[in-house]
Write a protein that binds this ligand. Structure first.
Ligand SMILES: Cc1ncc(COP(=O)(O)O)c(C=O)c1O
Length: 343
């Protein structure tokens, strides 16, 4: 039987044999006492790689973002971000539920908003009855914008606005590894412009679980306490940290291959008159595209019947994500299936 080609997300990958071996052999201890040697090694390695004073291993990207926002804010504060940002759309309302803060979403283009838009969204300090603007947030790469990369010049311009108004600058870098692979700009260079960063080990890098947050030592010490309060104090979690370390050491360079696969698929989608895709947006491993002659649900069902899994990017668009568990041959097969379904 043919293997199902699962392009729903880069989170569907399974740990490889070598990764599992690293997990099996991991030395462990009680991480709530900071005594897990593998977690300590991962956090040190990640902090150095990202170029920040300290890092913390957390259970997920959502936990990473929300811990950062919680530590940077007080109840009643406001975060400026792009309208399609993950923290606004896909984190279960947790800025308000967990931290008592609200979001000010700004309409962007491919996930990018301008320094002028950011500046216009900042609340006047004199108006005591308004929420206090505390953080500007950027997502790079941008999930809902088809994995588009946020240009470094714009990041620097937004940072300057944040500095001018004494605001924190946070990066949702769930896929910052993909941005770095696509542009050649190091993760440390990206991170150097932000106060805090959250980045995932369990997406394109292929670890089964986990994210890293990084920032100053003072920030990470505070986040460590909040993580415990939120039930995120894990014990012999070196077994999972070993997978993260393996992923960081071995799976970053190969992300370019996922981008090549996405290009191949996107070109084929673009050539199909029954599908619509913005090729300009496809810069990394995500393709968001619209079926013109059927609904997203119908398209998903028909593709599934032929062995291809796609997710819903929005109510009217499908999403295909390339990753390390899908080969070039399977991309060719995915093209064939799509051309049959959308003929
Ligand atoms: C941009 C972005 N941020 C954060 C997350 C959350 O990650 P997790 O699913 O590990 O909570 C995701 C997940 O897809 C994402 O795409």
């Amino acid at each position: 039987m043919n293997k199902i080609i699962d392009l729903r997300s880069d989170t569907v990958t399974k740990p490889s044999a070598e990764m599992r071996k690293a997990m099996y052999e991991a030395e462990v201890g009680d991480d709530v006492f900071k005594e897990d040697p593998t977690v300590n090694e991962l956090e040190k390695f990640a902090a150095e790689l990202i170029g920040k004073e300290a890092a913390l291993f957390v259970s997920s990207g959502v936990m990473g973002n929300q811990l950062c926002l919680n530590v940077l804010t007080n109840p009643g504060d406001e975060i400026i971000c792009e309208k399609n940002a993950h923290i606004f759309n896909y984190e279960s309302g947790s800025p308000s539920a967990l931290s008592g803060i609200q979001i000010y979403p700004v309409e962007g283009n491919l996930g990018v908003f301008t320094p002028e838009q950011a500046e216009a969204a900042i609340r006047p300090v004199s108006a005591y009855y308004m929420p206090r603007t505390k953080v500007i947030e950027v997502e790079n790469t941008h999930n809902r914008a088809s994995g588009a990369v946020h240009p470094i010049e714009n990041i620097i311009a937004l940072k300057n606005v944040a500095k001018k108004y004494n605001l924190f600058f946070h990066l949702d870098g769930a896929r910052i590894w993909n941005a770095s692979a696509a542009t050649g700009i190091s993760v440390a260079e990206y991170a150097s412009h932000f106060d805090t960063i959250s980045c995932c080990l369990s997406k394109g890098l292929g670890a089964p679980v986990g994210s890293i947050i990084a920032g100053s030592k003072e920030f990470i010490d505070k986040a460590f306490c909040v993580r415990k309060a939120w039930g995120g104090g894990m014990r012999q979690v070196g077994i999972l940290a070993a997978a993260g370390l393996f992923a960081l050491k071995n799976n970053r360079d190969r992300l370019k291959e996922d981008h090549e696969k996405a290009q191949i698929l996107a070109q084929s989608i673009s050539a199909n008159p029954n599908l619509k895709v913005n090729l300009e947006a496809v810069q990394t491993n995500i393709i968001i595209f619209e079926p013109l002659k059927m609904t997203v649900e119908e398209a998903q069902t028909k593709c599934k019947e032929k062995g291809l899994l796609l997710s819903a990017g929005t109510a009217t668009a499908l999403r295909a994500v390339t990753h390390l568990d899908v080969s070039f041959e399977e991309i060719e097969k995915a093209k064939e299936i799509m051309n049959r379904v959308f003929s």
